[in-house]
Design a protein around this ligand. Sequence first.
Ligand code: ZN
Length: 208
Amino acid sequence: MSLVNIRNIYCVGRNYHLHALELGNEVPTSPMIFTKPTHALVAMNGGDIVIPKQQGEVHFELEIVLRISDHYTSGMSAEQAIDAFTLGLDLTLRDVQSKLKAKGYPWLPAKGFKQSATYGTWLPFVSLEQINRSEFTLIRNGEIAQLGHPSDMIFSIEQLIAFIDTEYGLGAGDLIYTGTPAGVAKLDEGDQLEAQYNGERIGSCIIQ
Ligand code: ZN
């Protein structure tokens, strides 16, 4: 998949109960959507990913990432609307985000920095049922850091597609980072990360 075909990067905040609670946030009553610039994208292909220095903690957030089909039109089923999915990291400058939240400022400085949207190998999207039976895992330096089940999402994949389409528009080449389960934590230089979908590695990187 070529990066030049990516148009909008939508991300969902607080879409798993335990993650919302671990950051002391309320569980939202409608989807909480923010975006990242396309310049944030970087492949997790075993190489280095460079995170910001001296702006406080950078946290990992492993998420299911959906890619919208070239043939998308409003009202399609999820199976028609999504042509591929992968796992990706929504990297977050957590200290910066806390300050922005306190002031009611936009999240861009905390969420939109370069290389803050990583993605693994794209897999064909077969069905919602298959995704909802899956699990995904972030392994950090050989240990499980996050374990997620897409069936635990507060707003389902179908609800997210419908909401984003209605509120902001959805089209070919858009990505949706669907939110992270509990377990987010600070990255350190030299960390080796591996994203696993049902136990299979589909992305890895080294933090620099
Ligand atoms: Zn996230």
